[in-house]
Design a protein around this ligand. Structure first.
Ligand code: NAP
Length: 306
């Protein structure tokens, strides 16, 4: 079992056993193992195709020849395999080998798979943390790389210092399904934001604006959207939608301008049309005079079939 962290004089956490194992050194696992090595953790790695551990070994990783050896090497075992099914099939034969380990699963899946995996691990005496790597592979090891964790009480706190080597390690609490739930929700957020960005690039590009020039202005607009999101979350909690940021009607008219300008430049208008349809549903539901966060009222319901 991993030792409880001690409080250092500066108030930070000190973990007594820094050893970590990384199972699966594909794109994600390699970046994770490299960040752990860079932070000074004795890191054991195992991968089905052993050649994918060559670079890590050159950076100081210890290569385990068997899976049993890999799991036995460290109290903290990070898994970066393609699916939960692969994880289950690989670790099933280990039986007692997992007992006393903290198993952290960074593979992507559903909240149900995460909750099932937590029960599976508990039966084998392991503490289970489900995890989501939110920031691709290139930022791993830097503070901007968001990692979400949820699962076994105390498992995050006991290993927080090590997990912080990966980036911004955030604990979502004891429900193992939450990391995966946030993962999917934030994936939708990222794609919606990027779809708006890509559409904006296509629009200004039609008037020969350089993509990097647009990106520099667009990214300076993003902090406002972060502020708006936090404020609108409070409105949604209160169920009260003041129109200070514009009403649904006003935004629908502005969206019409975006659609019209897109068409005038002969570019694809699918993205603003989707948003216009959402605003129209809010108007139909009698929220035309409400603030734009009132679209929540229609998003909570399934859309009527087209
Ligand atoms: N890459 C990212 O930016 C990123 C970000 C967030 C989450 N994720 C998630 O992280 C997981 C891994 O992604 P990845 O990008 O690292 O994928 P990847 O590069 O394709 O690596 C997949 C890993 O799974 C192993 N594997 C697959 N089937 C196996 C089997 N039957 N037995 C043993 N090992 C097996 C592979 O081993 P071999 O090398 O032997 O094939 C490899 O280590 C996925 O669930 C992905 O959705 C990835």
């Amino acid at each position: 079992m991993n030792a409880e962290p001690a409080m250092r004089q500066d108030g930070g956490l000190e973990e007594r056993d820094p050893r970590v194992t990384v199972i699966g050194t594909g794109m994600l696992g390699s970046a994770v193992a490299d960040a752990l090595l860079a932070a000074g953790h004795p890191t054991t790695v195992w991968n089905r195709s052993a050649n994918k551990t060559n670079g890590l070994a050159a950076n100081g990783a210890r290569r385990a020849t068997t899976l049993d050896d890999a799991v036995a090497a460290s109290p903290l075992v990070l898994v970066c395999l393609s699916t939960y099914e692969v994880l289950g099939e690989l670790l099933e034969p280990l039986q007692d080998g997992l007992s006393g380990r903290v198993l952290v699963n960074l593979s992507s899946g559903t909240p149900k798979q995460a909750r099932d995996m937590a029960s599976w691990a508990a039966k084998r005496g392991a503490e289970y943390l489900d995890a989501a790597a939110m920031s691709g592979t290139r930022l791993i090891g830097q503070p901007e790389a968001l990692f979400l964790f949820s699962g076994a009480p105390k498992a995050f706190a006991s290993n927080e210092l090590t997990l912080r080597a990966l980036g911004n390690a955030t604990d979502l609490g004891a429900d193992p399904g939450l990391a995966s739930l946030y993962d999917t929700a934030l994936f939708g957020l990222a794609w919606s934001t990027l779809a708006g960005f890509y559409h904006g690039l296509a629009l200004v590009g039609a008037e020969a604006v350089d993509p990097t020039e647009f990106a520099s202005v667009a990214t300076s607009h993003l902090p406002f959207l972060g502020w708006l999101a936090a404020d609108h979350a409070r409105q949604i909690e209160a169920g009260h939608y003041p129109g200070a940021d514009g009403t649904v009607e006003v935004h629908a008219a502005a969206m019409d301008h975006l659609i019209e300008t897109s068409r005038a430049h002969s570019i694809d208008s699918t993205v603003p049309e989707l948003l216009r349809a959402l605003l129209e549903r809010a108007i139909t539901a009698d929220h035309g005079d409400s603030g734009i966060a009132s679209v929540m009222e229609v998003l909570r319901q399934p859309a009527a079939p087209a």
